[in-house]
Design a protein around this ligand. Sequence first.
Ligand SMILES: Nc1ncnc2c1ncn2[C@@H]1O[C@H](COP(=O)(O)OP(=O)(O)OP(=O)(O)O)[C@@H](O)[C@H]1O
Ligand SMILES: [Mg+2]
Length: 133
Amino acid sequence: MLRKIEAIIREDKLNDVKEGLKAIGIMGMNVCDVRGHGRQGGIVLSGRSGTYQVDLLPKIQLNIVLSEQNVDETVQAIVKSARSGVAGEAGDGLIFILPVEEVVRIRTGERGHEAVMYPGDIDERKGRGKTKS
Ligand SMILES: Nc1ncnc2c1ncn2[C@@H]1O[C@H](COP(=O)(O)OP(=O)(O)OP(=O)(O)O)[C@@H](O)[C@H]1O
Ligand SMILES: [Mg+2]
């Protein structure tokens, strides 16, 4: 079974998170800029003309499609590298985990698990590069 991790993280944590993922052998990913808010509904800033509410804050969304067997380790790596300090802070983000129907690598026509395997990735390191999806 394939899954997609959508991690909404702080912009300034992107490098740490990328390093954390590289360290466990997660290779394929994409990133986009998003704006949003969670339960605090944004933040209040004070300027010359008083205070004002910024309700949509910039964040980074990191997208990773991977095998279900690698989800837990990957989520742990993201939490560890994206959390502010030891206790974490409001606005540190959220991780969504979704089912993925199918993946096709355009160059080869490979599908499923095979389409998201890379030389030296998390599965190869664990000696299970040929496991079925
Ligand atoms: N329910 C949601 N659906 C989609 N995106 C969300 C949702 N909640 C938050 N986000 C996105 O995640 C970002 C970070 O959210 P945030 O970390 O503030 O979550 P929270 O639930 O308020 O937790 P905390 O109390 O730790 O702040 C938001 O800026 C927004 O982009
Ligand atoms: Mg919040």
